[in-house]
Design a protein around this ligand. Structure first.
Ligand SMILES: Cc1cc2nc3c(=O)[nH]c(=O)nc-3n(C[C@H](O)[C@H](O)[C@H](O)COP(=O)(O)OP(=O)(O)OC[C@H]3O[C@@H](n4cnc5c(N)ncnc54)[C@H](O)[C@@H]3O)c2cc1C
Length: 389
């Protein structure tokens, strides 16, 4: 059996594997807090083959997925503003968010639970008031909405670039176009093997590989469903002013069965509005990671032409552009965040289940806590990587 020699000196105190949303922000927070850190990315940061591209991401505070996320969202706001300040780049626009659905359905009750638990300034708007205040939205008479003022949109590609640049300014080293082909979870000296045959070692390895966590750490990654999702941009039929982000909130909407749900972002270009389908019949298509996600096709456009009239008024239902992205879904759609049980040198970040981007800087801070002290004051027990049987 051939023995592979490990380098005598570690390559860094911490290696971050993958520089998408989570890895780039972990790199920034680690470097900002004085850690000797090295990031490794198989493509170029800001690429469109993972789960972090598409011009915009929604940030909300009255969190429908659980009141436990609210403190993380608040801390994320603070850190987004810090990254904007550090980088001199506009990343976060506050627009408010409307969560629209049949009155009394989960779409309206779930954000209100978070709002009541954390005393957030949300409003419940019945259909009449909603239509009067926000005529851009299609609202049946039996619908209502929760308006969350502490919400808006983020610029994902810019944010990743800003986080990597801020990390570099604090001394982080970065290898791009460099794929990790194997991970050795040695409890004392974990290491990664690069495609060019080099092996890098560190005291801690942060695995922030998105959908690729499936292959790199199968014990945890096998629980992830990797699914294709398509977003589209739709022309504004007449006057663009009501659809710009100074007049229109970001939004989520859905029917009473939960089978159809969508989200969207106001116009960033003055010409189109973005819509994505979160759930819809027949969209849960698995992605073969060796081939990558399949480009949009006419069936995607046809689904959008059904969805647009349910969501918006004054918008052409034929997309002028579409783009594919990947979801990495856990069985309970909560995150994977914490040390590997059998290889504590590995810190796993994954399974962000289509709602992780907004938290990226706070996930980076938690990662830094775990890498430096082994613990964190943030509430992460719900994210235990080994909670699935
Ligand atoms: C269509 C869509 C809409 C979304 N909307 C929202 C939203 O509005 N709000 C929100 O908060 N969240 C949203 N999300 C979710 C959010 O964008 C993701 O949860 C988050 O961006 C995932 O980041 P990540 O770093 O885990 O994964 P990725 O960004 O995919 O990063 C993983 C990185 O690891 C690298 N990598 C993998 N394997 C290797 C290897 N072997 N060697 C080297 N590098 C490797 C990859 O190249 C990649 O760059 C959405 C997601 C999608 C797909």
């Amino acid at each position: 059996m051939a023995l592979i020699a490990l380098p005598t000196a570690p390559s860094a105190d911490v290696i971050v594997l993958g520089l998408g949303a989570m890895g780039s922000h972990a790199l920034w927070r680690l470097a900002a807090r004085g850690v000797d850190v090295l990031g490794v990315e198989q493509f170029a940061p800001g690429h469109d083959r993972g789960g972090s591209h598409g011009q915009s991401r929604i940030i909300r505070t009255a969190y429908a997925e659980g009141a436990g996320y609210v403190p993380l969202a608040r801390e994320a706001w603070r850190l987004w503003r810090e990254l904007e300040h550090t980088s001199g780049t506009a990343l976060l626009t506050r627009t408010g968010c409307l969560s629209i659905g049949p009155a009394g359905s989960r779409k309206t009750t779930a954000p209100l639970v978070s709002a009541r638990t954390h005393n957030l300034a949300c409003e419940l708007l019945p259909a009449v008031e909603l239509k009067a205040r926000f005529p851009q939205f299609a609202v049946p008479d039996d619908h209502a909405a929760v308006y969350d003022p502490d919400a808006g949109h983020l610029r994902p590609e810019r944010a990743i670039a800003a986080a990597v640049a801020a990390a570099r300014a604090h001394g982080a080293r970065v290898l791009t176009a460099t794929a990790v082909v194997a991970l050795t979870p040695d409890p004392v000296r974990p290491s990664v093997l690069l495609a060019d045959g080099r092996r890098l070692t560190a005291r801690r390895i942060v695995v922030a590989a998105g959908a690729w966590l499936r292959g790199l750490v199968p014990a945890v990654g096998r629980h992830l469903r990797i699914e294709r999702r398509v977003v589209g941009w739709f022309p504004i039929a007449h006057d663009p002013a009501p659809y710009r982000d100074d007049a229109m909130p970001v939004f989520t909407g859905g029917d009473d069965t939960g089978e159809r749900s969508w989200y969207g972002v106001p116009s960033l270009d003055g010409e189109t509005v973005k819509l994505g389908l979160h759930r819809w019949p027949e969209i849960a298509e698995p992605v073969d990671l060796r081939r990558g996600h399949r480009p949009p096709d006419p069936a995607d456009a046809a689904r959008f032409s059904q969805a647009i009239p349910l969501a918006l008024t004054g918008i052409d239902p034929t997309p002028s552009r579409m783009q594919t992205c990947m979801y990495d879904l856990t069985p309970d759609e909560h995150f994977v965040l914490g040390p590997h049980r059998d290889a504590p040198g590995l810190i796993l970040l994954g399974g962000f289940s289509g709602h992780g981007f907004k938290f990226a800087p706070v996930i980076g801070d938690i990662t830094t806590d775990l890498a430096t002290t082994g613990t964190t004051p943030h509430p992460i027990t719900a994210f235990n990587p080994h909670r699935f049987p």
